[in-house]
Design a protein around this ligand. Structure first.
Ligand code: ATP
Length: 587
């Protein structure tokens, strides 16, 4: 929590100093009121006192109360502003940290947990600053100041106030013991609820098709009930606070008046009046003492949840991404578009066995290298090492003769156009998706976008849309078919004018005709661009300059379609299961 508070800037710190000043003013004003109450009660004992005599101190009391109200509004306003601006910055920092994470690091937290941490957890911090700040500062000041006011008055009254404070502390600490661990649990359960909601919404078609609404509903109900019962428990415990507080303050008032009654009864005449006045004043100060301690202890009730949230936020901020990019690329090279794998071996974090082993190949600028193999053979993993989603465990990958680790993040990404296995479009328009992110080439006009769309065989369906490039794209591109999404994501990569295009099974949703046309477009119009293609279909890759056949992470065949068809058993098996001998030989 302290770590997060240290992120306040000078402006916020100055605002906090102001806020503390106004809290002190507020407490001073509140503690001044009983002085005038004392004056009124004293005057009331004198027969000659007129209404006009009471009006003076009475108006001052009203003014003090109003000023105290104004001070508390100012404090609330400042605290809310500081809370909002600080948490806005923290939210931004958390988001930026997440953006630097590798897929493995995102998995380590889980997506729903990262969403809760960026939203709900930060809201807890905002609450504790906005509300807690006043309580944290006001509590001790009020309690200590009020104690100094009553300490020398009367030992019986002081003792009764002491007893009330002890009872209050016992009540609050008992509540705290039960409630504290539950607050930590609430955040974890919120993660769980988010996770189930997200999974159900993402898989809604499968859920419906399999009549699994009941099953998912039960999962959700279970998590919801658990969260509700923990929330109810904490709310019930905290609900004891208010009546408990009323009983304690009521009991204290009763005790002060009961003791006062005895004292007044046994006192002589002039003392009776001053004792009565003291009693009224004392009970006001005693209430302030109780309130002060109450405020102090509330801190311990609102703080645990905020502390749990602060820890969760710090975990995200403290995790250093395992992939460390150099700030400036450290090489000079005239080559453009060559790529080489040298004895590349890779194991996923925490996995015993490597997923790919000793992969070697060289692709010169403009060449096409394809990867084929059974599912799970490591094809996607191999090419995901190029944009450094993960770093190689052994060996090295070179682009234009330089190890990819010597490239800055931006320079490496500018060399590559990556088309993922599951095409992902962002909410916006077709244009905003085509002109997405920063790349080496800047899209200056629609003609550039249309030429990329044409190469990706996507121009026709975009032109058919009423709004063409301004057509709406829903989140994750759900208003486009699988094939359309694939073509748009290919066009997006082509528009970057990258030297190396990486297609991770990016033709799978295309019909054979479109697949062929698209590949022809690429080979005819992107002669200088190096293409790495992962595919399941032989027809997609048979024209490649080099094909790597992967099996359980090892390269079991390497060559052209013709060479592999003649000599490689694994390739033959895949090939003959898909196409006839004539089709294969004419390819
Ligand atoms: N993030 C990950 N963490 C751990 N293991 C993974 C991860 N991604 C993939 N794997 C494992 O690595 C192996 C290779 O997966 P990969 O996706 O590279 O295969 P693939 O050949 O591309 O398969 P497909 O053709 O089905 O897409 C699989 O056994 C898979 O279970």
């Amino acid at each position: 929590m302290f770590k997060l508070l240290k992120k306040t800037n000078t402006k916020e710190r100055i605002a906090l100093v102001f806020s503390v000043t106004f809290i002190v003013i507020q407490v001073w004003l509140e503690l001044k009121i009983p002085d005038y109450l004392s004056e009124i009660t004293t005057k009331l004992q004198i027969v000659e006192t007129t209404v006009a005599d009471i009006m003076g101190p009475g108006s001052i009391m009203v003014s003090l109360s109003l000023l105290s109200l104004v001070a508390s509004i100012i404090v609330g306003f400042i605290a809310a502003r500081v809370a909002a601006s600080l948490t806005k910055r923290i939210r931004g920092e958390v988001f930026r940290s997440i953006m630097d994470y590798t897929p493995g690091e995102i998995k380590q937290f889980s997506v729903p947990s990262l969403i809760t941490r960026t939203t709900n957890d930060i809201t807890q911090i905002q609450l504790v600053i906005a509300i807690g700040l006043q309580v944290i500062i006001k509590g001790p000041i009020t309690a200590i100041w009020a104690v100094t006011k009553i300490a020398d008055k009367n030992w019986q009254w002081t003792t009764s106030t002491g007893v009330a404070v002890i009872v209050l502390l016992i009540m609050l600490s008992s509540i705290l013991v039960f409630v504290r661990p539950k607050f930590i649990r609430i955040q974890t359960l919120t993660d769980k609820l988010n996770s189930i909601t997200r999974e159900t919404l993402q898989g809604t078609r499968v859920v419906r098709a399999y009549n699994a609404e009941g099953y998912q509903n039960n999962k959700f109900l279970g998590a919801n009930e658990e969260l509700t019962s923990v929330n109810l428990f904490t709310s019930r415990m905290l609900a004891i606070l208010n009546p408990g507080m009323t009983i304690i303050s009521g009991g204290l008032t009763l005790a002060v008046y009961w003791i006062g009654a005895h004292l007044i009864q046994s006192a002589g005449m002039p003392n009776k009046i001053s004792l009565f006045s003291d009693m009224v004043v004392f009970s006001s100060y005693a209430m302030q003492v109780v309130l002060g301690f109450m405020l102090m202890t509330i801190v311990f009730i609102i703080l645990p949840r905020a502390l749990a949230s602060a820890n969760r936020i710090n975990e995200v901020l403290d995790l250093k991404p395992s992939i460390d990019f150099v700030k400036e690329s450290q090489f000079s090279s005239n080559e453009k578009g060559s790529i080489e794998f040298r004895n590349v071996t890779f194991s996923y974090p925490n996995a015993a066995e490597p997923v790919i082993q000793d992969v070697n190949f060289t692709a010169k600028a403009g060449e096409t290298v394809a990867f084929i193999g059974s599912t799970g053979s490591g094809k996607s993993t191999a090419i995901s090492l190029i944009p450094r989603f993960y770093d190689v465990s052994k060996g090295e990958i070179l682009i234009d003769g330089n190890n990819i680790q010597s490239y800055s993040h931006e320079d490496l990404n500018n060399k590559i156009g990556y088309i993922p296995q599951n095409p992902f479009l962002f909410s916006g328009t077709i244009r905003s998706n085509m002109d997405f992110g920063k790349s080496g080439s800047i899209i200056e006009n629609d003609t550039q976008i249309y030429s990329a769309l044409a190469l990706a065989e996507a121009e026709e369906f975009v032109l058919q849309k009423e709004d063409q490039l301004d057509s709406h794209v829903a989140q994750a591109g759900t208003n486009f078919s699988g094939g359309q999404k694939q073509r748009l994501s290919i066009a997006r990569a082509i528009a970057r004018k990258a030297e190396i295009l990486i297609f991770d099974d990016s033709f799978s949703a295309l019909d054979y005709k479109t697949d062929k046309k698209l590949r022809n477009n690429l080979s005819e119009n992107m002669v200088d661009t190096t293409k790495l293609i992962v595919a399941q279909r032989i027809s997609t890759i048979m024209d490649a300059d080099q094909i790597l056949v992967l099996d359980e992470g090892k390269v079991v065949g390497q060559g052209t379609h013709k060479e592999l068809l003649e000599s490689n058993q694994v390739y033959q098996e895949i090939a003959y299961s898909q196409l006839s001998k004539e089709e294969l030989n004419n390819g």
